[in-house]
Design a protein around this ligand. Sequence first.
Ligand code: SF4
Length: 294
Amino acid sequence: MATAVRLSNQRAARLRAQFDELAETFTAGADPVDFVHRYQDADDQEVAALFASALAFGRVASFTPVLDRIFDLSDQVGGPAAWVDRCTHTADPGLDPVFYRWVRGDDLARFAATIGRFRARHGSVRAWLDKKVHPQQPELVQLLGLLIDEFRELSAPEPDETFATLSRGYKHLLPHPSSGSACKRWCMLARWMSRTDSPDVGLWPIQPESLIIPLDTHIHRIARMVGLTRRNDGSWRTATEVTANLRRIDPDDPVRFDFVLAHLGIDGRCKGRRIAAICSECSLAPVCNTGRSG
Ligand code: SF4
């Protein structure tokens, strides 16, 4: 088993300088958080974020057209919040032909209805969190676990249903941290909704210092290349090790560089191997074990 990495103060300062340099020169390509900014109303932003993060797996160019179709449907009835409220009692037939990989139209309809039922019971995720984080905020793993439990329960309202009996496509939308999953999409949702710096919207009362890095393949690869972890598995444990080291770089806001680091991979600027013409221009080259090894 790989030994856990613990950054020295000197190494943390070095990484912070290079991450800052990367952030200063950074312009991002398309990102699922763009769908949150399609709306101004806080309830619409929250529902848009729940949907956009849930389908944010695979290539951005592949799921973006699917999200466009979903939000076009919602906009026909007043926006995402009004749409999911309506979907609790009347499924939108416009979803029938929509699918993304193994998530089918009826999975999307169930997810819309579940969010609507959550809103009917609690008002919003923001309101639910307000009750959970006071007087003392639990760790994110506990908070996400409770939130997913609530969503799972609301997903199966019929007496003969349980979450376990639902389709693979639907269950993929609601991973649970207790399974060991890194829950990348839900950690990303927590980042979008809790941090206040662009592109995040800062609507949820989760302290940025308690966020966990959304560990996708890009972040995992870069984390290994710059020495934030040696672990090979994309698990919750790896996400917490990477986050612990990011916390040594910025204790108050450990996931602040997530967006720029992820986009190095998402936008194809880092190929995960040394390419002299690319690496010589990369701000991370002085701290990247791969980029300087040729
Ligand atoms: S130096 Fe090269 S391999 Fe390392 S992060 Fe930059 S582009 Fe990727």
